[in-house]
Design a protein around this ligand. Structure first.
Ligand SMILES: Nc1ncnc2c1ncn2[C@@H]1O[C@H](COP(=O)(O)OP(=O)(O)OP(=O)(O)O)[C@@H](O)[C@H]1O
Ligand SMILES: [Mg+2]
Length: 372
């Protein structure tokens, strides 16, 4: 699926914007603070009914307004689909979502097609705390399957109830019965999450490895590190290890009053030639692996949706050398529509792309860029 046309009304800095977008790679270029990131954010919103960066929906309505609208024409080789989103942000968020002029639910719109968004801040997925890496896999799995989202919510609720019970059980043994019931629930829900995560990380790792080889050079791998132990993607194995682990750490958990093992504490280890990227990766290597992870995300989503996601790559070229820049541009050769932003024209020899100039709340076509 690709964007052929988008319309933004009162979204961020855009009072009104209509834009035809060609297939392949497009580069949106312009000085700082002109609306490059906002444009990609609008595209992401159209596929995901949410922003990858705003904390509140009201941040998205142009200052001084209380509603915004987005629309798109999406094309794939044999269909044309229109999407319309009207959102009122105050006093409470209300949305009207339409596909081909028929009202749909959020879930129905989410099932239409995915976008993958790369932001320079995503570097923290490699460099930052484990919660960001868990968020990455949870967001892919939630996008693939709404059941995962519900299981995750129930798991997190159960963990807070269990933490509460652990604190009480320290001085009141009558809480131990409650704890046993909650153990069972945590193991049930947690094992389902773990199975899905292990399966995903297997695919994600394979795709990250091949994409990293393509963009840079070296052997990159992604491994799921579980606090439950050394688990295999087998439901029975996961359950029994989870059970054994909770039994093993029972005293410590009661002493500390928190749940110490389970998917909420797990991590991903990302390595290059066997060494952790987090500690040893150069800036460019970390960017390349991040990009590889995002392309891997796209491939995983492609498998479950049966259509190629659109790649939204914000400020993707900084800190990449010329050869890697042209590798990024050649991603469209794999059939992806790639929408990128940059403050300057990348110097490179390589694939062609359509060039747009973003300035003063407007976006103008600028011909094609290439240096072949
Ligand atoms: N809700 C809003 N209403 C109006 N303007 C907004 C809103 N939210 C953000 N802006 C403004 O939109 C402008 C463009 O922001 P954007 O992040 O898209 O810039 P950019 O072109 O990506 O710049 P950079 O190259 O620095 O990343 C900024 O000046 C920002 O303050
Ligand atoms: Mg920006």
């Amino acid at each position: 699926m690709r964007f052929a046309y988008v319309l933004l009304r009162d979204f961020r800095n855009y009072p009104y914007l209509e834009l035809e977008i060609p297939p392949g790679a497009s580069l949106f270029m312009g000085p700082n603070a002109q609306g490059k990131t906002n444009l990609l954010e609008a595209c992401f919103y159209i596929s995901s009914v949410g922003s990858p960066r705003a904390e509140r929906e009201s941040d998205l309505a142009r200052w001084g307004t209380n509603a915004f609208s987005l629309a798109a024409r999406l094309e794939d080789p044999d269909t044309v689909t229109t999407v319309k989103i009207d959102t009122v942000v105050t006093p409470s968020v209300r949305r009207k979502l339409q596909i081909n002029d028929t009202r749909v639910t959020r879930k129905e719109l989410l099932a239409l097609f995915p976008c993958v968004y790369f932001s320079p801040d995503d570097l923290y997925i490699v460099k930052g705390s484990s919660s960001l890496r868990r968020k990455l896999i949870d967001s892919i799995l939630s996008r693939q399957d709404p059941v995962y989202t519900r299981t995750l919510q129930r798991y997190n609720d159960t963990i807070s109830r269990r933490n509460n019970a652990l604190k009480k059980a320290g001085f009141d043994t009558s809480w131990r019965r409650t704890l046993e019931t909650l153990d069972e629930l945590v193991i049930n829900l947690g094992s389902r999450l773990l199975l899905r995560r292990l399966e995903l990380v297997e695919d994600l790792s394979a795709h990250t490895q091949s994409t990293y080889k393509f963009i840079a050079n070296g052997n990159c791998s992604v491994t799921y590190i579980s606090t439950v132990g050394d688990i295999a993607p087998d439901p029975e194995d996961i359950r029994s290890r989870f059970q054994a682990k909770l039994r093993e750490i029972r005293h410590e958990e009661i002493a500390r009053g928190v749940t110490l093992a389970g998917p909420h504490r797990d991590d991903l280890e990302i390595t290059l030639n066997g060494k952790s990227f987090r500690y040893f990766g150069s800036q460019g290597q970390q960017r390349s692996v991040m990009l590889a992870l995002k392309i891997a995300e796209a491939r995983c989503l492609q498998q479950s949706f049966g259509t190629r996601p659109v790649l939204l790559l914000d400020d993707v070229f900084s800190e990449l050398d010329g050869e890697k820049k042209s590798k990024v541009l050649s991603l469209c050769d794999f059939g992806y529509q790639v929408l990128m932003t940059s403050i300057e024209l990348p110097k490179h020899t390589g694939p062609r792309f359509s060039l747009f100039c973003v300035e003063n709340n407007t976006v103008q076509p600028w011909g094609t860029g290439n240096s072949r």
